[in-house]
Design a binder for this molecule. Sequence first.
Ligand code: XMP
Ligand code: MG
Length: 180
Amino acid sequence: MNNDILKVLYSKEEIDNACKSLGNEISKTYAGKTPVVVGVLKGAIFFMTDIVRAVDSYMQIDFIDVSSYHGATESSGTVELLQDINTNITGRDVLIVEDIVDTGRTLKFLLDTFADRGAKSIKVCTLLDKPAGRKVDVKSDFTGFKVPNEFVVGYGLDYDEKYRNLPYIGVLKPEIYANK
Ligand code: XMP
Ligand code: MG
């Protein structure tokens, strides 16, 4: 699996450090509050578990599963709700935890959905932000790294459901896509 990687963009150590500093920021923002922290499956699983343990605040955690990719490297444009949260978020402070904001369509869908349900506040924490990919205007409140306009894998992010278990974030060799 490691042989398929062209270059490492962010090492495990860099990701750990990003989680620590994001955790400190988030702790200050939610001091005295109990937010509902919603991880977006499956890409954000590892980031979610690392980030919530870096935050010193009471919280509830939940997960939501949405899909817009269907195995391709480009967004299909429509977002599908595959599995909803179980928590009633009406009147609650919500923090969405994402792996990457690319076109912004997934995030827009989540922001609209949670706003419709009457969340008191909604903020976004994403490990990666790819501003060059943006198709709709959404912003992250807490961002780990700004990434170049390349398809990235690892630390939860997949290509064709593979590479999620890489401990770092990297870019695949071009022949991996060519062989598909
Ligand atoms: P959008 O385009 O809706 O993307 O902002 C959100 C979701 O799409 C996936 N995504 C990626 N997955 N490498 C990946 O492995 C990428 O470069 C990439 N760009 C987008 C991801 O699941 C994200 O939550
Ligand atoms: Mg995702």
